[in-house]
Design a protein around this ligand. Structure first.
Ligand code: G6P
Length: 614
């Protein structure tokens, strides 16, 4: 949802900012722009519709000199994606340039007030209102940029991460955040600023995560200064980044998505590292142990998440209810936060989020917290907003996920949820030791089994070509495989733009069966663990109506394979772990269809990876 980046120091800012934008492009890619203050004190702003590469092309013969600058890649909220609406936005006098990630909710009222004071507007954005407001306050009170930003933000309702530079002030960048992420990198006599740490890691591993309603002033050659909007001084807390550069590159793969699919044997081992012991007979989750009594006494667990993370949450519900016998509700964060949910102080709310920044999930966390519930986060991005706002939690340790369609983060979330369900069950005595040992041992074998599935990549790529004609797909599964069907359908929709519905297999006869004809491909997850015979009957119903069947079966299966047009086999495992295997061929299938269709796999149209607006 928009990426912002900034630099001040001794080097040329332009290449650093462009590289930073490319790293943040997953957050939005409908337009991009840059503002640079050169040594003649010109404030140059360049903007282009389209991707960062379009901006680079546009800027080719322009003056890009300067050691201070800010840049932005946009995901449109207010105003269509075009050059005028792209950031940075100038103030009326063109003395200030500002970039913004978020939404200014009361922009219309503020805009009216500014119009009455003689300001006019070029764009349709809420952001332009903010830069004009800062200028108006600054000029009317004759105050510093930092003070003007502080007073302006005091009037703003909404979410933002912003950065502003000023003509005639080559030594400072002022930035602030509320609701949208912002991190500052500290180098030798230089500062970096970005929506996440990926543009920074190349230059320094020392970072400061800017807190809610904090304003940071980056001063050339001086110490970082942080104040709250309410004018309280803060001491910057410097953290060390654990990320590496190679994690942010494609490493020979054509797309991040396929790289991330292939990383799953490693990422799941990373998720389990230090949690499942080498002997494969014991799980230790610090997040559970630290809060054992809370989990053991919980009357109810509410899982809140969006998108793929919500699907992982559904699998978590099945596992927690089966092993820990605690009722679980799985809520879309966007619904939960607004529908006056009943939340008790002895409820546990688990917030799942890859990015740790999803605005709706963050708001759901705040709501549940205000009702006294215990909040547990399952997030991937270390130091992001959700883990900083929860009482406790577990990181998934999948490493940076760049492809917009989530793959490795999903399987890591399911792994953590499964480990959590088993730990609660074991401690409560609702999961007997024999089953516990069987499942832990199977869990530790999952990475090797995924390697086996990945060997079928070429074959999946081959038959995926057959389906580029399709306008619609149905995905079916039962039990633990129902959320996998939802996730498989979501992957296909996201990256290939083919409409796909995930359904519980038995519900098909209550509606979707009417859609089945020889034109309709149906993907069925029909593994031996979990209601196999029932799913076979559902497949017969599709076959009778001439639907094309693509099945995911357990190795050695004959019955479903004979009924299917295409079959992908996965190794046998425990029922609760099948999602970790069945998800893999569905990710590959969606990927290859999208590639053959010529779609932009890593940056699908209209989507963004980190949804920091509601
Ligand atoms: C966006 C992404 C999805 C993701 C969802 C939730 O829609 O495109 O891939 O599942 O947000 O994101 P989160 O970071 O909270 O898991």
């Amino acid at each position: 949802m928009c990426g912002i980046v900034g630099y001040i120091g001794n080097r040329q800012a332009y290449p650093i900012l462009i590289k930073g934008l490319q790293r943040l492009e997953y957050r939005g890619y409908d337009s991009a722009g840059i503002a640079l203050l050169n040594s003649n004190n010109d404030l140059n702003v360049y903007k282009a519709k389209g991707k960062v590469s379009d901006l680079v092309h546009f800027v080719q013969s322009k003056d890009t000199e300067g050691t201070i600058g800010i840049a932005h890649t946009r995901w449109a909220t207010h105003g269509e994606p075009n050059q005028v609406n792209a950031h940075p936005h100038f103030s009326q006098s063109e003395e200030l340039a500002l970039i913004h990630n978020g939404i200014i909710e009361n922009y219309a009222v503020l805009k009216q007030g500014l119009i009455e004071n003689g300001y006019s507007f070029l764009s349709e954005t809420d952001t332009e209102v903010l830069v004009q407001l800062i200028e108006f306050i600054k000029k009317s009170n004759n105050i510093s940029l930092t003070k003007a930003v502080q007073l302006a933000l005091d009037q703003v309702v909404g979410a933002y991460a912003i950065a502003v530079i000023e003509k005639g002030q080559p030594d400072i960048i002022v930035a602030a955040r509320k609701g949208s992420p912002l991190v500052v990198g500290i180098g030798e006599d230089e500062f970096f600023l970005a929506s996440d740490a990926t543009p920074i890691i190349e230059y320094t591993n020392k970072v400061v995560y800017i807190g809610e309603e904090e304003i940071v002033t980056l001063r050339r050659g001086k110490e970082l200064r942080i104040k709250t909007i309410g004018n309280v001084e803060k001491t910057p807390e410097v953290k060390k980044l654990e990320m590496t550069i190679s994690q942010l590159e494609k490493g020979g793969y054509p797309h991040f998505m396929i790289k991330e699919i292939f990383e799953q044997p490693k990422t799941l081992s990373d998720s389990m590292r230090g949690r499942v012991n080498v002997e494969g007979d014991h799980i230790t989750l610090a997040g559970f142990i630290d809060n054992k009594e809370k989990f053991l006494n919980a009357k109810r667990i509410i899982i809140t998440a969006c998108g793929t993370s919500w699907h992982a949450g559904l699998i978590g519900k099945y596992a927690i209810e089966e092993f820990a016998r605690i009722p679980v509700e799985v809520e879309y964060s966007s619904e939960f936060r607004y529908r006056k949910p009943v939340i008790h102080p002895d409820d546990i709310v688990i917030a799942i989020s890859q990015s740790g920044e999803t605005a709706d999930t963050l708001a759901a966390v705040e709501l549940a917290k205000s009702k006294g519930a215990f909040i547990f986060g399952i997030c991937n991005v270390v130091g992001s907003s959700i883990p900083r706002n929860t009482h406790s939690g577990c990181y998934t340790h999948a490493g940076p996920e760049i492809g917009v369609a989530s793959t490795k983060a999903f399987t890591a979330q399911v792994t953590v949820l499964t480990m959590l369900a088993m730990m609660i069950g074991k401690e409560k005595g609702t999961l007997n030791n024999e089953n516990y040992l069987k499942i832990v041992s199977e869990l530790s074998k999952i990475p090797e089994k995924i390697k086996e599935i990945l060997k079928q990549n070429d074959r999946i790529a081959e038959f995926a070509k057959t389906f580029t004609y399709a306008q619609n797909f149905i995905y079916l599964g039962r039990g633990y495989n129902f959320p996998v069907a939802l996730e498989g359908a979501l992957k296909l929709k996201e990256i290939s733009y083919i409409h796909a519905e995930g359904y519980p297999a038995a519900e098909m006869k209550h509606g979707p069966i009417a859609l089945i004809s020889q034109e309709m491909p149906v993907v069925v997850i029909a593994t031996s663990a979990g209601m196999y015979e029932k799913v076979v009957s559902n497949i017969q119903e599709i076959k009778a109506r001439k639907g094309k069947i693509i099945s995911i079966v357990t190795e050695g299966d004959v019955v479903v394979s004979n009924l299917s047009d295409y079959t992908i086999s996965i190794p046998d495992t425990e029922e609760c772990l099948v999602p970790l295997l069945a998800a893999i061929p569905l990710q590959l299938f969606a990927y290859h269809i999208a590639v053959v269709k010529g779609c932009n796999v890593d940056q699908p149209r209209n989507l963004a990876k980190s949804v920091t607006v509601e």
